[in-house]
Design a protein around this ligand. Sequence first.
Ligand code: PEP
Length: 258
Amino acid sequence: MAPNMRKLLIAANWKMYKTPAESTAFLTSFFPLIKKNEAAEVVLCPAMTSLPALVDAARGKSVAIGAQNMHWLNEGAYTGETSPTMLTAIGATHVLIGHSERRQYFNETDTTVNLKLKSALAHSLVPIVCVGEHLNEREQNLTADVLNLQVSVALEGIDPDALGTLVIAYEPVWAIGTGRTATPQIAEDAHKIIRARLAAIAGSHVADATRILYGGSVKPDNATNLCCLDDIDGALVGGASLDPDSFAQIIINATHRA
Ligand code: PEP
C-alpha cells in the first residue's frame, strides 16, 4: 500500500487535565480552527469525567472521542476502573492502551496491554497501543528489542483479520513531556522496526494498513517534518493538545504532506 493510502490520524491525550466545562470550551474554540481539515482524522482523549460532555459536543462533527484507558473486563469488583462496555455505551470510539505513564505509575505491562487490546477489538473500540523505549534502553542500543517485544506481546493470540482498526503510537519515553523530540529520522527508523514486526506477526497487509503515530513533544513547529515521512501516519500529542490554537496548528502543519 502506498504510504499516503493511510489517512493521517492526529490524537490528543489530555491526561489529567480539564474539567467537563473546560473540555467543551476547548471544542467551541477548536472547531472553527479546523473546519477546513479533511486530510486528518482527529481524536480527542479527555479524562473519563469529560467523555460524556465531549461525545455530546462532538456529535455530527469530524472529531472522534476516545478514552485514555480501560479495563479489559465488562464488569466486576475493580474499584476505580472503567469497562469497554461503559465506554461504548456513552459513545466513545477510541481508547489509548498502555501509555507509558500507565506503565510507569500504574504497573501496566505488555500482558495487560494484550488483554486490553483483545477487549477493545472485541468491543469495536479503535485501539491506540502505545509502545516506546526508555532513554537507557536507547543508549544501550536496545530500541529494536524493546519495540519488537512490546509489539509481539501486545498482539499475542490475536487473529490478524481482527486487527483492521489497530493503531500503534511510537512514543519514546525520553521524549514524552520533556520537550525533547525524536528527530524525524529516529522516529521513522523506529516506525520501520514496528511495521516490520507487524508484517512478521500478522502479514504485510496488516503492516501496510496499520497507522503508526509518533508521540513525544510534538509541537506546531515540528509537526510538518515528523508527519511528512512515509512511515509516520500521524501524531499522539500531549501537552501541546491542551490549547486549541496549538493543537489546530499541529493538524494544519501535519497535513501539509497530504
Ligand atoms: C503523550 O502524553 O502521549 C505525549 C506524547 O505527551 P507530550 O506531547 O506532552 O510529550
